[in-house]
Unconditional design. Structure first.
Length: 147
């Protein structure tokens, strides 16, 4: 980012300030609030800092990217010690399809699958899904800070 040389030139100072501004601007601070992730959320392009719109972000992805991200989320969440969550996805809901809800399939007993929405997911599950969603949907080269 910083280049050795003549820092006294006005152009060099502008470049350093510009580069620094864009570096700082690329930092995304994630302050997870699971209680806000349990509601329906509007379809959204970018994840809010509290991840309250996680379902809306997932539902807004292109069909291909949505399938890839949801498959990755499902694969990672299966690795949690409980191992009961088999699949995670977001779905547009409502008459106008402008909101979304986060869902998962749980298998507590072999062969017995139960579907639940975000309102029944644990805080830890929601935090885990929000962190992964942020990692999968942030622009390349951006920084993620988790509070």
């Amino acid at each position: 980012m910083f280049v050795e040389g003549n820092f006294n030139s006005h152009e060099m100072q502008k470049k350093i300030i510009y580069d620094f501004y864009h570096y700082i601007k690329s930092i995304f601070i994630l302050n997870l609030i699971p209680s806000k992730m349990r509601s329906y959320s509007p379809i959204s392009e970018k994840l809010e800092t509290d991840a309250s719109n996680i379902a809306g972000v997932l539902a807004a992805l292109s069909k291909k990217q949505k399938a890839e991200v949801e498959a990755s989320l499902s694969n990672y969440i299966k690795e949690l010690p409980e191992g009961d969550i088999q699949k995670v996805w977001a779905q547009k809901v409502g008459r106008f399809r402008t909101d979304a809800m986060l869902y998962c399939q749980e298998e507590w007993k072999p062969g017995h699958i139960t579907e639940i929405d975000a309102r029944s997911m644990s805080d830890g599950t929601l935090r885990f899904l929000a962190i992964l969603t942020a990692l999968f949907t942030r622009p390349e080269g951006s920084q993620l800070v988790i509070e």
